[in-house]
Design a protein around this ligand. Structure first.
Ligand code: 2HG
Length: 335
């Protein structure tokens, strides 16, 4: 009888749907809950061998952690989209496949981006707070409507495209660029432009690119200086894409008209994060992807990646993040 697939799962909130997929193949799942730092990851992985890590949030998976896992580790499967805390080069070097379930939460994240665009453009949160403080602002307050405004989408992947479709339905002009240094392919009436042009023409900029070492902090004072005065920023991607001090300063001076952020560079934020006190800024706790249907889907898709890899010996190439690993996968079919 072949030995069972050993899976380390970070977080236990999705254990039930993941088990539904993994139990029938006799996989053994061990969960890790609570805050996870590299030392804890190293201790867990060096204590016993695992074949796969099923990642709920974003535990640090750098070279030292991967070395602690040893040669048994073949697959890191993210129950979600972002793998910014995985050292992809180190994984590739060790022939470890990194896969995502990005499709599973794209709709939920795009909806949240639109919710934040509407909320920040129409001042929903501030008006609510003012009303509850006894102020009745009707007649004193004029907003700007979205129809006719330009939305600039940075990163035209699964989420960016959906945001673009919804924004067009709201009557917005939508332009898009790739992540800094990369071009985007045109999609359904969304014209693609260089990033500088996007920054210069957009009334609202919404970030939808993955983060890695090459674009960390790219949204800084220099990027803001290229924007229309008073333009708005929406970020449902990764907080580390921003230079948070520069963004807070631009919000304080009014150079940026407002920001709606679902992600921060450090989560939860440190109490002295300047964005917490920046004017006209809405912050939500990295919740964009978290709908009930999405939670179910990411667990199922993440676990299916494990089954496909180890039992069917096949990987869906679209879900592989470190595609440089593909030539190293012997005996695995690429779909
Ligand atoms: O659970 C997470 O890692 C965050 C959810 C989302 O940002 C993702 O990357 O899929």
């Amino acid at each position: 009888m072949p030995s069972p697939i050993r899976v380390l799962m970070t977080g236990d909130d999705l254990l039930e749907p993941a088990s539904r997929i993994l139990d029938p193949i006799g996989a053994v799942i061990e969960t890790m809950s609570g805050p996870i730092d590299p030392a804890r990851m190293i201790a867990t992985l060096s204590a016993k061998p695992f074949d796969a890590i099923l990642v709920r949030a974003n535990p640090p998976l750098g070279a030292a952690v991967l070395d602690a896992a040893g040669p048994s580790l073949r697959l890191i499967s993210k129950m979600g989209a972002g793998v910014d805390s995985v050292d992809l080069a180190a994984a590739t070097e060790r022939s470890i496949t990194v896969m995502t379930a990005g499709d599973a939460n794209a709709d939920a994240t795009a909806e949240m981006a639109i919710a934040l665009i509407l909320a920040i453009r129409r001042d929903v949160v501030r008006l609510d707070a003012r009303l509850k403080a006894g102020l009745w602002d009707r007649g004193r307050y004029t907003a700007i409507e979205l129809r006719g405004q330009t939305l600039g989408i940075v990163g035209l992947g699964r989420i960016g495209r959906r945001v673009g479709e919804m924004a067009r339905a709201l009557g917005m002009r939508v332009i898009a660029s790739g992540r800094p240094g990369a071009a985007a392919s045109a999609f359904a009436g969304i014209s693609t432009v260089p990033l500088d042009q996007l920054l210069a023409e957009s009334d609202i900029v919404s970030l939808h690119c993955p983060m890695d070492a090459s674009n960390r902090g790219f949204f800084n004072r220099a990027a803001i200086a290229r924007m229309k005065p008073g333009a708005l920023l929406v970020n449902t991607a990764r907080g580390g894409l921003l230079d948070e001090a520069d963004v807070a300063e631009a919000l304080a001076s009014g150079r940026l008209g407002g920001a709606a952020l679902d992600t921060l560079a450090a989560e939860p934020p440190k109490p002295d994060n300047p964005l917490l006190t920046a004017p006209n800024t809405i912050i939500t706790p990295h919740i964009a992807a978290e709908t009930a249907a999405t939670m179910e889907r990411i667990a199922v898709m993440g676990a299916e990646n494990v089954v496909n890899w180890f039992v069917r010996h096949e990987v869906i190439v679209d879900r592989v993040v470190n595609r440089a690993v593909l030539p190293k996968l012997k005996g695995v079919s690429l779909l």
